[in-house]
Design a protein around this ligand. Structure first.
Ligand SMILES: [Zn+2]
Length: 335
């Protein structure tokens, strides 16, 4: 809360997407088995985001819940996976000045029409976050919530554990949660129930997520989070799930590359988000360290990875004094 009061907090997520691209997570189930199987890969990605300026190391416990682990036959590894994910995040956070966030997400077990599922979801959050608290987290992010009802269960569990809560909704629908609350109204309720940070994450790119933030900012007094995916969503395809290739194929989730935002677009987003009054500015699935560094620098920071930020004035072809023999190359580059 002190950091939020002092200025924007920069978040970096999308661990599952990035580690899938690197060959450590299976697309489809998207379960973070990498935490136990290749902990160094997780450590390295945390470190890359840390060097790029992320203020928070989010433990990779996304989808590390009972329902999902059962799908891949690793239910017995549930506790070890959750504990180790927090330990790795803590270890890297200490290499810099980052906070550690425990993490829970939508469970796919919640059904607003079946009250019995509330207990199932609550038990899943309680065991995951119980382990996270024992390993040591500063706060908890409950994210990609489709239902306000499910988000409220997470919030209740987090509050019972005595931790600050950041709760964000997945804006997959035009203007409301799957249980029928407009996003701003859902955020207002979450704030009233004690969430310290509310907002949106995932699914939408900057262009289609930012317009929703204005209403949320007006609806709450607490801190607002905005963590879009770095993909060029627009009015015709407002979410990454609706993006289509030129031949009509669905691009989500593993053919989104042609829609990727550049680092410059994400830097621009960070500034826009701050102007709209967002406090926790971040990035979700599809994020790379180059995006995060550009966002950090746009927000006026110099970060460890800034040492290697671009210096195109040192490029043989873009420098002021291009050698005559090299200048000829430029004709073919501009043809
Ligand atoms: Zn995401």
């Amino acid at each position: 809360m002190d950091r939020l009061r002092a200025g924007s907090v920069l978040g970096a997520e999308g661990y599952v997407f990035e580690l899938e691209r690197r060959g450590y997570i299976k697309a489809g189930p998207f379960v973070p088995e990498v935490v136990l199987d290749f902990p160094d890969a997780v450590r390295e990605l945390h470190r890359e985001f840390l060097r790029a300026g992320a203020d928070v190391m989010v433990a990779l416990t996304y989808y590390a819940h009972r329902e999902k682990l059962r799908d891949v036959g690793r239910e017995d590894d549930l506790e070890a996976m959750n504990r180790q994910a927090v330990r790795i995040a803590r270890e890297v956070a200490r290499e810099g000045d980052a906070l550690v966030a425990g993490n829970v997400c939508n469970t796919w077990a919640y059904d607003p029409d079946d009250p019995a599922t509330k207990q199932t979801v609550r038990a899943m959050y309680a065991e995951q976050l119980g382990w996270a608290v024992e390993e040591g987290v500063d706060f908890v992010i409950s994210e990609t919530n489709d239902y306000l009802g499910e988000a409220l269960i997470a919030l209740e569990v987090i509050r019972e554990l005595g931790l600050p809560a950041m709760v964000t909704l997945a804006p997959t629908q035009p203007d409301q949660t799957r249980d029928g609350y407009r996003y701003a109204e859902a955020c207002r309720i979450l704030a009233a129930e004690g969430a310290q940070v509310v907002g949106l994450n995932c699914d939408r790119g900057p262009q289609t997520m930012l317009p929703l933030i204005t209403d949320i900012r007006e609806a709450v007094d607490c801190a607002v989070a905005v963590q879009p995916v770095p993909y060029r969503t627009d009015a015709a395809a407002p979410t990454m799930e609706t993006l289509r290739s030129p031949d009509g194929e669905r691009a989500f989730p593993i053919a989104l590359d042609p829609f990727g935002c550049t680092r410059f677009e994400m830097a621009h987003f960070a500034l826009q988000a701050r102007e709209l009054g967002a406090d926790y500015v971040g990035i979700c699935c599809g994020a790379g360290p180059h995006h995060v560094r550009a966002m950090a620098e746009a927000l006026g920071r110099e970060v460890p990875a800034s040492k290697y930020s671009p210096s195109m004035d040192l490029h043989p072809m873009f420098r002021a004094d291009v050698a005559a023999k090299d200048a000829a190359f430029l004709h073919s580059w501009t043809a």
